[in-house]
Design a protein around this ligand. Structure first.
Ligand code: AP5
Ligand code: ZN
Length: 213
């Protein structure tokens, strides 16, 4: 499957993407994960992205498009991909469309994960992430078996740098201003699927039903 996962921070894009890769082997491409890895490794990209991320601001479009143009041409994308956290601005969506036309890739749909704001705030303050493999946990709904230790790889499970109250509030404002307009963009393209994302299992079921039918 070739999907875009749209939704506010904490809507569950990463969680749903991981569930979908388990089904058919499509790869999850998370620009957030790519950027966090670059920051951790101290690469040039990481150095450029770090301050924006920590404040909850978007990294400049040119940096993201450079990464994604390369990433979408890697061989593992041929079977399908789940774009998690990209595109995030109208210019990114327009450039992605042009890139896909150039590469002859056809998108199945853009899924809009809808979750009430109070649920989002609760999820973001209780999320924990593995610093090694990126596995997503939640102290309330999905804790690791041993506190602070990843079930999958034994890495340490911590709160992200952009999980301060101030950064979360900025990320939600940035989402409303820059990313929410993509919902109408993909509706106009005839590719939008709105789903209630309170339950990730229901999201996966709805996507599978739409792909089958
Ligand atoms: P990114 O990593 O993409 O962060 P985000 O969009 O803010 O999304 P999150 O990862 O916070 O949330 P999610 O929707 O994946 O939710 P999750 O599944 O973890 O981006 C980080 C930063 O990188 C940006 O601020 C920006 O600086 C930069 N960046 C990235 N891409 C960019 C781009 N394209 N352009 C420019 N800059 C870019 O779930 C959240 C929590 O809820 C977890 O604890 C999970 O366990 C729990 N949960 C999920 N679903 C459920 C459920 N159904 N029931 C109960 N709990 C649930
Ligand atoms: Zn791990």
């Amino acid at each position: 499957m070739k999907l875009i996962l749209l939704g506010a921070p904490g809507a569950g894009k990463g969680t749903v993407a991981k569930m979908l890769t388990d089904i058919d082997g499509s790869v999850q491409i998370s620009t957030g994960d790519i950027l966090r890895a670059a920051v951790k490794e101290g690469t040039e990209l990481g150095k450029q992205a770090e301050a924006y991320m920590k404040a909850g601001d978007l990294v400049p479009d040119e940096l993201i498009m450079g990464i994604m143009e390369q990433r979408l041409q890697e061989p593992d994308c041929a079977n399908g991909f789940l774009l998690d956290g990209f595109p995030r601005t109208i210019p990114q969506a327009e450039q992605l469309k042009a890139l896909m036309d150039k590469l002859g890739i056809k998108l199945d749909m853009a899924v809009n994960l809808e979750v009430p704001r109070e649920v989002i705030l609760d999820r973001l303050t209780t999320r924990r992430t593995c610093t090694n493999c990126g596995a997503i946990y939640n102290v309330k709904s999905a804790p690791p078996k041993v506190e602070g230790v990843c079930d999958k790889c034994g890495g340490s499970v911590v709160q992200r740098d952009d999980e301060t109250e101030e950064a979360i509030s900025n990320r939600l404002d940035v989402y409303n201003e820059k990313t929410a307009p993509l919902v109408e963009f993909y509706r106009n393209e005839g590719l939008l699927l709105d789903v209630n994302a309170t339950s990730s299992d229901e999201v996966v079921k709805t996507i599978k039903a739409r792909l089958a039918g």
